[in-house]
Ligand binder design. Structure first.
Ligand SMILES: *[C@@H]1O[C@H](CO)[C@@H](O)[C@H](O)[C@H]1NC(C)=O
Ligand SMILES: *[C@@H]1O[C@H](CO)[C@@H](O)[C@H](O)[C@H]1NC(C)=O
Ligand SMILES: *[C@@H]1O[C@H](CO)[C@@H](O)[C@H](O)[C@H]1NC(C)=O
Ligand SMILES: *[C@@H]1O[C@H](CO)[C@@H](O)[C@H](O)[C@H]1NC(C)=O
Ligand SMILES: *[C@@H]1O[C@H](CO)[C@@H](O)[C@H](O)[C@H]1NC(C)=O
Ligand SMILES: *[C@@H]1O[C@H](CO)[C@@H](O)[C@H](O)[C@H]1NC(C)=O
Ligand SMILES: *[C@@H]1O[C@H](CO)[C@@H](O)[C@H](O)[C@H]1NC(C)=O
Ligand SMILES: *[C@@H]1O[C@H](CO)[C@@H](O)[C@H](O)[C@H]1NC(C)=O
Length: 517
């Protein structure tokens, strides 16, 4: 009863005052906004300054021969004029080359499939996009994606994170029309991020990157060489947070309303009085305070349902889920073992006992936890769309004070496959992943592949060293390690873990047996 009263009182304070004069904690070193197909600079409704690309230094000299600047003949009410009104139509292979500093960059591509004044209807355009050596989109059709989304506006933004490495001082975004087709793009945004924002900040003990398919197994990949697609970014239990209210990287945080699965939606929580605190593990640019100051919890009927979210994704890829937490109810939850819950990802236990106060020590301290999950292809091996589930359920085994669970924010990323591909399928079309070979290079299946098994000593922590079996897959192009700790060997030998290694990323098998196919 007490719990219910507190939840209700929080409902009256859902409004936040945010002033745009607040200086964001991070200032990007590279920040480029291109309004494609426009000859003049313009300011969008959120006050951001966009540069037209006609005559732009980012374009090749022969641009007029292979592309044209175009204007949409109609404008859907949900679609802003800048950057969506104008587009560059691309008839043959073409790159924008952005000089940038090395490091992680957001690359956002803006598309509005519509009819244009040249007479072309970009709903019919199919094309491939690569950036440096990653394939981002393949035989992509923006109209099919927009039409398949239940609640989508008529326009589309695709967001990627690419590490521009040491020697490269540029980000080269290449558009390649499919056979007998053409490409188009309405806007391009490049924004640098702190290098340790999503990658490079994990270590085995303090901030593990948990691999949901094989619990207790440390799964390693070359984080510096991995590109992401940002698929979902949610301010759970709160309202949309527009890019200008982000921590300086212009990320959009959407309300989670559309992604809640099942009839039980839990209770939105908010606390506009608590001062959100950041730590070295959760730097102030991880997520804006409003993301941590709102949440969704279960409330009084908690034991009877799972608080669940559902996300359509492409099969055959690894996904990174970053769950943001903060206890914002200091009248209720201040100590360990008061609210303890289990986190399920794709119906597997990702975290048996999540206790935010145990992790963060105090209310108001922001934390996040990262999980990697592999979404398998169906038995025929062809990529399709699948639903990824996230569910929270109170853990009553540890007898917490309240039967409850909480989540403040969520980010969901797709990781590139081992050959550098991020492209999924168009809705309703299954694709043989072996046919989705990057256009920029062909994978080397020659004699450089080597399967290596070794016994290694890891740790050296209190209580002595732990033995681990390291299985390495090495080629000139890739090195990726799976470390299996002996206590977990039985987990590996049975069930989903072996399924992952054998039916998982098809390339893992290629690297084990380079000549098998
Ligand atoms: C447009 O903006 C860019 C970058 O801010 C600037 O270099 C350029 O001079 C501007 N062009 C015009 C016509 O104002
Ligand atoms: C554009 O095409 C014309 C005719 O084919 C050619 O003469 C011209 O050199 C091309 N321009 C550039 C910049 O490649
Ligand atoms: C453009 O193509 C789409 C999909 O085929 C269609 O729904 C739309 O009506 C077309 N627009 C025009 C102006 O023809
Ligand atoms: C792409 O890969 C090739 C060959 O591995 C390499 O030489 C080149 O520097 C890479 N380009 C970029 C932009 O990373
Ligand atoms: C990854 O990049 C970071 C930052 O540039 C660098 O410090 C680190 O050594 C790199 N790690 C590897 C394995 O290359
Ligand atoms: C919640 O989900 C887990 C995993 O899918 C399941 O074991 C459990 O029975 C579910 N609980 C309820 C109440 O649906
Ligand atoms: C996972 O759980 C959801 C929700 O309970 C259910 O609809 C789905 O079928 C389950 N998936 C698998 C593979 O068991
Ligand atoms: C992403 O692609 C690069 C090759 O371009 C590869 O080195 C890296 O291991 C891939 N990442 C994953 C998670 O497979």
């Amino acid at each position: 009863m007490f719990t219910l009263l507190v939840y209700l009182s929080f409902h009256f304070s859902l409004l936040f005052t945010i002033t745009s004069s607040d200086t964001p904690p991070y200032t990007p070193t590279d920040y480029i906004l291109i309004n494609c197909g426009s000859s003049s600079n313009a300011t969008s409704t959120d006050g951001r300054h966009w540069e037209g690309d006609v005559g732009s230094k980012f374009l090749p000299n022969d641009v007029a021969n292979i592309s044209l600047a175009d204007t949409a003949t109609e404008q859907h009410s949900s679609v802003t004029q800048i950057p969506f009104l104008t587009a560059r139509i691309i008839r043959s292979q073409f790159s924008y080359t952005f000089p940038v500093s090395p490091g992680e960059k957001f690359l956002r591509l803006y598309f509005y499939p519509s009819s244009y004044s040249s007479g072309l209807n970009t709903s019919e355009s199919f094309f491939t996009v690569t950036a440096n050596n990653y394939t981002l989109l393949s035989n992509f059709n923006a109209f099919l994606i927009v039409s398949a989304k239940k609640f989508a506006p008529a326009s589309l933004i695709k967001e990627f994170i690419i590490n521009v490495q040491g020697m490269n001082q540029f980000l080269k975004v290449n558009f390649l029309p499919s056979m007998n087709s053409y490409a188009f793009v309405n806007g391009i945004e490049v924004v640098s991020t702190p290098d340790d924002l999503y990658m490079g900040n994990h270590d085995m003990y303090a901030n593990p990157l948990k691999f949901v398919n094989c619990p207790n197994v440390q799964f390693e990949f070359d984080q510096n060489k991995t590109a992401f697609e940002a698929l979902y970014r949610l301010n759970v239990g709160g309202n949309d947070v527009s890019p200008v209210y982000d921590s300086g990287m212009f990320r959009e945080w959407a309300s989670d309303d559309k992604f809640i699965w099942g009839g039980d939606r839990g209770n939105p929580l908010s606390n506009n009085e608590i001062a959100i605190k950041y730590t070295p593990q959760t730097p102030n640019y991880a997520a804006p305070p409003i993301v941590y100051a709102t949440a969704r919890a279960m409330g009084q009927f908690s034991t009877s349902f799972n608080l669940s979210w559902i996300f359509p994704v492409d099969s055959g890829f690894l996904y990174l889920l970053r769950l943001h937490f903060c206890e914002i109810n200091p009248d209720l939850i201040t100590k360990e073992n008061q609210r303890v819950f289990t986190i399920f990802i794709n119906n597997r236990t990702a975290e048996p006992e999540a206790d935010i106060i145990y992790w963060a020590h105090d209310p108001g301290i922001s934390i996040f936890r990262d999980y990697i999950v592999y979404v398998s292809n169906p038995p025929d091996g062809r990529r399709n769309k699948q639903d990824l589930f996230l569910a929270l359920h109170p853990n009553l085994d540890v007898k917490p004070k309240y039967a409850d669970a909480i989540l403040n924010g969520l980010e969901l990323f797709k990781l590139n496959s081992s050959e550098g591909n991020l492209a999924g399928t168009n809705p309703g079309i299954a694709v043989d992943p072996n046919s989705l070979v990057s256009n920029t290079k062909s994978p080397n299946k020659g004699s450089s592949g080597k399967f290596r098994v070794s016994i290694a000593i890891v740790g050296g922590v209190a209580g002595g060293a732990a033995m681990a079996l390291t299985i390495g897959f090495r080629t000139r192009l890739l090195s990726r390690r799976v470390i299996l700790q002996f206590p977990a060997m039985h987990t590996w030998m049975s069930g989903t873990c072996i399924e992952f290694l054998i039916n998982g990323p098809t390339t893992l098998l290629n690297y084990m047996f380079p000549n098998h196919g």
